[in-house]
Design a protein around this ligand. Sequence first.
Ligand SMILES: Nc1ncnc2c1ncn2[C@@H]1O[C@H](COP(=O)(O)OP(=O)(O)OP(=O)(O)O)[C@@H](O)[C@H]1O
Length: 273
Amino acid sequence: MSATRETKAATEPVIEVRELCNRFGDHIVHENLELDLLGGEILGVVGGSGTGKTVLLRSIVGLITPASGHIRVFDQDLTQLPAMARSRIEQRFGVLFQGGALFTSLNLQENIAVPLIEHAGLKRPEAEKLARMKLALTGLSPEAAVKYPSELSGGMVKRASLARALALDPEILFLDEPTAGLDPIGAAAFDRLIVTLRDALGLTVFLVTHDLDTLYSTCDRVAVLSQRRVLVADTLETVATMEDEWIQDYFNGPRGRAASYAFMDHSQIRNQE
Ligand SMILES: Nc1ncnc2c1ncn2[C@@H]1O[C@H](COP(=O)(O)OP(=O)(O)OP(=O)(O)O)[C@@H](O)[C@H]1O
């Protein structure tokens, strides 16, 4: 856990994934995968390329139907629910996809107004007013609200996409590689924004990332995907000491050590010197 911010105690699981199997033809991605997401936590999901992090996220949010297994959210098994009931639960999710997935033909406030009109039944002027508030929440100015995605920097696109993910006041936020493509300063600012929003809005966050700085600066726990399952889900300190080749290369290779050192508090650094 980062020494730079206070840990908010995670409580009961809000998502329980059990015996999850996903396959594409002969290619088995997950086999009896088990994972809990605890209320109020930021859970980092890491693993080598192709280990199925995005497939796991997409299975939970309902974009992939698993071959078998159970995904219990707020004590209801999504794999057993009729479509309407499932959709009601999914409306409590906000998702930031890789690349942002904004509509290129709409400006930012129109983009964020779409879910407010479609799912919350708001009229366009109210929806766009609320959209501007959501944009402000993610640090974007009123001037940015009338810009089109092509007119924005990568960091602004990420913030706007986050504003859209927050449009319907979700309880659980899913982020797929939120800092990919951002420069280190933009990425660090985005990391801080995630923690601030989690604390201010009481969110629970499922965060897929390769970014070690993001893990150290935001996550309460880390889940490592390997060999078609979750190898371990625990605090960074515990995970980083596990005797597993990928974990050791990732957390204790040069980049991992640099990230860990950067987020240690100074007394820990002094004790090591
Ligand atoms: N729609 C699909 N059809 C066929 N195979 C798929 C599909 N979606 C994902 N896969 C395969 O499932 C595996 C896991 O993909 P996934 O995108 O979840 O990996 P990942 O861990 O998120 O990787 P990365 O870190 O590179 O983004 C990959 O081998 C991928 O090719």
